[in-house]
Design a protein around this ligand. Structure first.
Ligand SMILES: Nc1ncnc2c1ncn2[C@@H]1O[C@H](COP(=O)(O)OP(=O)(O)O)[C@@H](O)[C@H]1O
Ligand SMILES: [Mg+2]
Length: 233
């Protein structure tokens, strides 16, 4: 029997709104997003360019705060944390992967991946970082700087950095969006395999329907809200 008690809920968002202030006036991008995600579940968020997918992912990734609404991840009510507490909590609790990798250019692959663990004060940061880089197939590139790596290799480093803290929730915004189709497929395969291996729940923002269909649920951003789509999974 599948249990569905509240401990299985990894993330719960209620009535999230986000209004951007621009010189041309305020834009209501998110108008009341409700979302819940269970342990190990994979969910795709689709929708046209400009519909607010990245805005929502930055709220769910706690990189930005909503204009209103509540967000609980694990047992943490995000609004209850100060910015400093939130940064520490995020480093321990979430793995986030971006289209443009967002690696530190002056740090080697190994240093980029060990950084979140070092900030968290872990003594075995280098050992764990090396293991994560081996897991993503980069054991021969530990001491390379991002500028000396291909796009696909940079994204592997970013995936290693996202999983090295063993978060329960992985967030990815168009993770294969700046890669050629073949490399993008390899990166997508890698993300799904690491998420499954570590039993991480995953929210994947993409406009690639083939990729979205690999997730258990698909939600479409429509008029500032999320609508559940029918899938055969
Ligand atoms: N930092 C910001 N300041 C002002 N407007 C923004 C900002 N970020 C995004 N927007 C606006 O919010 C809307 C949604 O953008 P975004 O979330 O990036 O959409 P998507 O990821 O679906 O393409 C767009 O109209 C965009 O111009
Ligand atoms: Mg976007």
């Amino acid at each position: 029997m599948i249990s569905s008690n509240s401990q299985d809920i990894v993330l719960k968002a209620e009535k999230l709104t986000k209004t951007w202030t621009t010189p041309a006036g305020p834009i209501d991008v998110l108008k009341g997003v409700d979302l819940d995600l269970r342990r190990g579940q994979s969910l795709a968020i689709i929708g046209p360019s400009g519909s607010g997918k990245s805005t929502l992912l930055s709220l769910l990734g706690t990189l930005d705060r909503p204009s209103s609404g509540t967000l609980v991840i694990g047992s943490t009510d995000i609004a209850s944390l100060s910015d400093l507490e939130l940064a520490r909590w995020r480093g321990r609790s979430l793995g986030i992967i971006f289209q443009q990798f967002h690696l530190m250019p002056s740090l080697t692959a190994l240093e980029n991946v060990s950084l979140p663990l070092e900030i968290a004060g872990k003594e075995d940061a280098r050992v764990k970082a090396r293991e994560a880089l081996v897991e993503v197939g980069l054991s021969a590139r530990l001491d390379h700087l991002p500028g000396a790596l291909s796009g696909g290799e940079c994204q592997r480093v970013a995936i290693a950095r996202a999983i090295v803290t063993t978060p329960t929730l992985l967030l990815a915004d168009e993770p294969s969006g700046s890669l050629d189709p073949e490399t993008g497929k390899q990166i997508s395969d890698l993300i799904f395999s690491v998420a499954a291996r570590h039993e991480m729940a995953m929210i994947l923002v993409t406009h690639n329907m083939e990729l979205a269909l690999r997730c258990q649920r698909i939600l479409k951003m429509t008029n500032g809200k999320l609508e559940e789509q029918q899938t055969s999974n």
